[in-house]
Write a protein that binds this ligand. Structure first.
Ligand code: NAP
Length: 451
């Protein structure tokens, strides 16, 4: 039996988990205790409650100073969740301090415990002034004034998306890239995304690492960094420095190590099996907290629902973590599903794959006379036979909308033959995907005339 104890004086944090070898009452308070009230935790708890389980959700909230409009939006979302949870989840919602205060520190027992505490943006620990003077993506929407001239450190989803909208609202924006942009993604596609941003005014400090951040008497932040290619040191001043250097798991506060829950020493994430089980029976974990899991909200939601169904004996279906589609919401959106060209080559060999590609001009770019040189489609297929599709990549307007539909086909094992047998919808960007016929191997010009 697993149980959760909450200390009387620290209601904001769950103090620790204990495993008791005996049952005091012979009965658990709950069938399921979900720790973490983010999207994944809520999805899991609501699904379990709907399936007749007695469920409690535990979470803590820091009082946030919020910009009014966003605050109202968040409140309305929270209210919706709260109503649904009160309808469906017995035992109330732990996100409300008064709940815990009223309970005055409580021992709760449950047949199963699910940890879905996610992660929080992290600051580098070895850069003087980084945390003191910097902000993260969590702060950006709560600022009371414009962040002004901004340095974004990091080059993955968060960094590029934040830089994209900051530049979009007219701010002087620089992205500092330590190594490559969008690590893990198809690097040709990543290049198109950053080329587009650069062409539209975002500055990039390539192969550069920050050394320190100092606040000047003027209030400006002076950043010193090294260009690792030349070894030269540079300085510039910014109004804001936004760290987008990854997210850290929220495991420490739970004392999981004392319970014997195996953590990855390097990342601090929980080691979990395909069924989301941890090394301790009856304790499960999923979402960003799970080692090797994609840090994506829809993936966590789906995994949480499937876990709830398995825990209630309704299903044995496991989450399929392969083929998860995703979109990078940069000024030129990039969406993909499946393998990058690099990964496909690694797994199947250069001669084992065929790549169909096309540069295309979206209709909306034509009318506005916008440069479409980064609008591109790449379909990575197995060489020979029907040409099973291994990866599909798309940059252009509404890339997420386009890729979502193709992801269904991908999930069903779509082949290149299926693709070209499909009739296009005119005039759309997506129709260019079902028309791709030029192979990279041919070396022919892949520019197609517009939609
Ligand atoms: P991330 O994917 O872990 O990338 C971290 C970035 O920071 C990398 O570019 C890394 O460079 C750089 N970095 C790390 N330490 C650094 C240092 N000390 N100095 C300079 N650069 C440093 O983190 P993220 O972009 O914050 O995203 C977190 C997760 O959120 C992602 O895994 C993603 O799945 C999810 N997310 C998804 C979406 C979406 O679906 N649209 C949007 C936002 C976030 P190196 O490559 O050199 O290591």
């Amino acid at each position: 039996m697993a149980a959760l104890y909450r200390g009387r004086h620290r209601w904001k944090r769950i103090n620790c988990l204990h495993i008791f070898s005996r049952k005091l009452t012979g009965k658990n308070d709950y069938d399921l205790l979900v720790i973490g009230g983010g999207s994944g935790g809520l999805a899991c708890s609501k699904e379990a409650a709907q399936l007749g389980q007695k469920v409690a959700v535990l979470d803590y909230v820091e009082p946030p100073t919020m910009a009014e409009a966003v605050q109202n939006h968040v409140k309305s979302l929270n209210w919706g969740h709260r109503v649904q949870l009160q309808d469906k989840v017995l035992g109330g919602v732990g996100a409300y301090p008064s709940y815990y205060k009223a309970r005055g520190g409580t021992i709760l027992t449950a047949k199963n415990i699910v940890i879905a505490t996610g992660g929080r943006p992290k600051y580098p620990t070895n850069i003087p002034g980084a945390a003191e003077h910097g902000i993260t993506s969590d702060d950006i929407f709560w600022l009371k004034k414009s962040p002004g001239k901004t340095l974004v450190v990091g080059a993955s989803y968060v960094a590029l998306e934040c830089a994209g909208f900051l530049k979009g609202i007219g701010l002087d924006t620089t992205v500092m890239v330590r190594s490559i942009a969008l690590r893990g993604f198809d690097q040709q596609m990543a290049g198109l995304v950053t080329d587009y941003m650069e062409a539209h005014g975002t500055r990039f400090a390539w192969k550069s690492v920050p050394n320190r951040v100092d606040k000047l008497s003027s209030g400006a932040l002076q950043v010193t960094w090294t260009d690792t290619q030349t070894g030269s040191e540079h300085k510039d001043t910014f109004d804001s420095v936004l760290w987008a250097v990854g997210r850290a798991p929220e495991t420490k506060a739970l004392g999981l190590d004392k319970l014997g829950v195996q953590l990855n020493k390097e990342t601090g994430k929980i080691v979990i099996g395909p069924d989301e089980s941890t090394s301790v029976p009856n304790i499960y974990a999923f979402g960003d907290i799970g080692e090797g899991r994609p840090e994506l909200t829809p993936t966590a939601i789906k995994a949480g629902k499937l876990l709830a169904r398995r825990l209630t004996g309704q299903s044995t279906e496991l989450m399929n973590y392969d083929n998860v589609p995703t979109t990078v919401f940069t000024p030129l959106e990039y969406s993909c599903v499946g393998l990058s060209e690099e990964e496909a080559e690694k797994r199947h060999g250069k001669d084992g794959i065929e790549i169909y590609h096309a540069f295309y001009k979206p209709l909306e770019f034509t009318v506005a006379e916008r440069d479409a040189s980064q609008c591109y489609i790449k379909v990575v297929c197995e060489q020979g036979g029907t040409g099973k599709i291994l990866g599909l990549h798309f940059t252009g307007p509404n890339a997420g909308e386009v890729a979502q539909g193709f992801a269904v086909g991908f999930q069903c094992g779509a082949t290149y033959s299926h693709l070209i047998q499909t009739v296009g919808i005119h005039p759309t960007c997506a129709e260019e995907v079902v028309k791709v016929h030029i192979t990279k191997r041919s070396g022919l010009d892949a520019t197609v005339t517009g939609c």
